[in-house]
Design a protein around this ligand. Sequence first.
Ligand code: SAM
Length: 285
Amino acid sequence: MANHHFGKLADVWKHLVLDEVLAEMNPDRYAETHAGSATYPMVDDPERRFGVLGFLDGLASDDALARAAFPRVVSGFPDDEPSTYPGSALQAMTLLGDGCAYLLCDLDPVSVEDLSTWAARLGLARCEVARRDGMAAVRAWLEDPAPMVVHVDPFDPFERTDGGLSAVELAAQVADAGHTLVHWYGLSHPGERAWALDAIQRLTSAPLWCGDLVVTRRGGGTRSDGDLGERTTPGTGCGVVLANVTPALTKRCETLAHALVDQYDGRELPSGGPGALDLNVHRPA
Ligand SMILES: C[S@@+](CC[C@H](N)C(=O)[O-])C[C@H]1O[C@@H](n2cnc3c(N)ncnc32)[C@H](O)[C@@H]1O
């Protein structure tokens, strides 16, 4: 597996929004540029305690979170033997089932094999698992006007494989084509808040929504630098950019974001001490 960050806070926010979009839209087609593995062996450590394990433990405190699609999908998996965390592609396959056509891309052979195994296990008739550049593969699917949800979740949003599109460029083309976009991004500096919203918006006139979260010390400010890709420290953050979704759906995502902030108030940081989340929401003008 290539993704060692599964189940951290970044996945909680990403998958909370993604699953809500999928449950609400129930698309006929779903594509992932960077699918990762279907499952990850669960780890009980301070990062996952600040991530999915703490999130699931705190669910009872809020109705909106308890009723969201994300906990419904993942709460079955930690009880598996051995315990696993399902990646975004398996969450989508579980939620959408055989009624949907899938394009799941990754360059990592272990991830591709795991995705193929799960697609077969779930009996999905129309699931293409592609070991190739996700931007090039998904770009070809955009030509078909049939509605589709596209999840773009890169490690490096500006990297171009073989001179092709970057993730940010592909995201803008998804939005322009009228398909639903779910684009995750990370950040590590205060000046980077909502950077992906700005970068994608420069390339498309489609209205975009963005939910941007940064970890803080409880009662502390948001001026420190974080450690994106290493540890979930104060100053580390992430966000999700959406295009071509209804106002009712973005409102629901905002309700979940505020509930998440409430749930995290005072939660122990992976490095120790009480933490919190700072939320910025950007709505289309
Ligand atoms: C952040 S992980 C994906 C996590 C997954 N989407 C989830 O939410 O559970 C990023 C993945 O992108 C893959 N990757 C990197 N470059 C790629 C490319 N150009 N095309 C497709 N996959 C790529 C890596 O192998 C890795 O598995």
